[in-house]
Design a binder for this molecule. Structure first.
Ligand code: GLY
Ligand code: MN
Ligand code: MN
Length: 447
């Protein structure tokens, strides 16, 4: 049975009810992601879409949730799923089937996936509003719109002929997912623990003469050993100047003495992912120039984390980090002038070109609004989780910086839970101070 199954019928029923109460009367349709071909007979690994996972816990491809509110506090949910198929299951593994899906995932009814398009007109005809997010699955959208047209045609005696009004449920689902519930916080904590173990193992095992992908294997083996079936996103294992490529993914360079290694990697557990970056010296000690850059980024990151308070705007950490990074760039001899004037003209941008925070959860760049309808920055609320990830990146041929800084890229990233008592660093177990990082790099392998 799939490692993504989360069989907690009450939890998913409660989530659906809350969503439908917010949306009001109408039919919610939510298909999951489809399997996609990678090459030949090989598929990309399947992982349910995050909204679908959040509202059903059902782990298989080719599934659709249809749900609607029946009365305040009640709703009806139908899950369309693949039927049992002993011949197919010999090849692809066990399916829940209709009986299993109804029993394990707390829906009122399970029907065959193949019956969905046959049953849809009747479901649509019973509702004036349709809650469906257009744009995720083009084929599904096309068939759904055809079906809506057919429903309007059959109702042509009404003036004017009507198909249901289509409303995007995305913002309501995002609003609900933004503040993590107990199951999600447990997943995030477990993901953080697995991620910490992986980063510590990478610090311990990385040495000159290894390829980046060998360190990736050590890191991800540790994620798996700690209960993580997959990563939340592809690991970035970037040594030397590769650290200056923000989403570096080749991971194939042979590492050399004196290199820094930047690893941005997060384990996924229970559908939730961590997102952690550490930068460390594979020979065990930072050079003076590397340590100076590292300390400038660390100081910014610690100040950024402190800014993550209930009621602060979501980008308070970004503004704080920019101030400290600009100060750091002056101290490193890269920038010259008054801090406020340098910030006002964005003088830091050649060396700090990305944002500092994003929401984190089921998706590494999780759902959640950054602005309200009037364009004002959202304010942080208890239960939200975001990253704080400043960095400084000096390209190998950057003639605008002192020679000893060239080729150094440093990012430090942690995952922060907003609480009434202040920011809680979920990933605090990953070594971070210069002393902790050097000690982890110099520690002996337990094997
Ligand atoms: N790992 C992607 C990011 O930090 O945003
Ligand atoms: Mn991130
Ligand atoms: Mn990251």
């Amino acid at each position: 049975m799939s490692r993504d199954a989360l069989q907690d019928p009450d939890l998913h029923r409660r989530r659906r009810q809350r969503l439908l109460d917010e949306l009001g009367d109408g039919l919610l349709l939510l298909p999951t992601a489809a399997e996609t071909l990678r090459n030949g007979d090989v598929h990309h690994e399947f992982r349910p879409g995050s909204d679908f996972q959040y509202l059903t816990g059902f782990p298989e491809p080719e599934a659709i949730l249809a749900a609607w509110r029946t009365a305040k506090g009640r709703h009806r949910a139908i899950l369309f799923v693949r039927p049992r198929d002993p011949a197919r299951e010999i090849w692809d593994g066990k399916r829940h089937g209709l009986i299993g899906a109804k029993k394990a995932f707390g829906v009122d009814e399970a029907r065959e996936f193949g019956a969905f398009w046959r049953d849809l007109p009747e479901l649509l005809a019973a509702h004036d509003r349709l809650f469906h997010r257009l744009g995720a699955y083009a084929n599904f959208d096309r068939r759904l719109l055809d079906c809506c047209k057919g429903v309007a045609f059959r109702h042509r005696r009404r003036q004017p002929p009507q198909h249901p009004t289509i409303t995007d449920p995305g913002p309501a689902i995002a609003g609900q997912r933004a503040r993590k519930d107990a199951q999600e916080l447990a997943g995030l904590r477990a993901a953080a623990a697995a991620t910490a173990a992986g980063h510590v193992a990478a610090m311990r095992e990385a040495t000159p003469g290894m390829h980046e992908y060998e360190v990736q294997a050590v890191l991800e083996a540790e994620f798996r050993r700690h209960g993580s079936p997959r990563n939340g996103y592809p690991s970035i294992v970037a040594s030397g100047a590769n650290a200056c490529v923000l989403h570096y993914h080749e991971n194939d360079r042979l590492m050399r003495r004196g290199d820094l290694l930047l690893i941005d990697a997060g384990a996924e557990v229970g559908g939730l992912t961590a997102d952690v970056t550490r930068t460390f010296p594979i020979s065990g000690r930072f050079s003076p120039a590397q340590a100076a850059v590292y300390r400038a980024v660390l100081r910014a990151q610690l100040a950024g984390i402190r800014a993550c308070k209930v009621g602060a705007t979501w980008d308070a950490a970004h503004r704080t980090c920019i101030r400290w990074l600009t100060k750091g760039l002056v101290e490193l001899g890269v920038l010259h002038g008054r801090i406020d004037a340098l910030i006002a003209k964005g003088a830091f941008r050649p060396w700090y070109m990305h944002g500092t925070t994003h929401w984190l959860g089921r998706d590494v760049h999780d759902v959640g609004a950054y602005e309200d309808a009037r364009g004002r920055a959202e304010r942080l609320r208890a239960g939200e989780v975001l990253t704080v990830e400043p960095g400084l990146y000096f390209g190998r041929r950057d003639r605008k910086v002192p020679a000893e800084l060239r080729g150094i890229g440093v990012r430090i990233e942690d995952d922060i839970l907003i609480t009434a008592a202040g920011p809680e660093v979920l990933t605090a177990a990953v070594p971070k101070s210069v002393r902790e990082v050097e000690a982890a790099c110099q520690s002996a392998s337990p094997f």
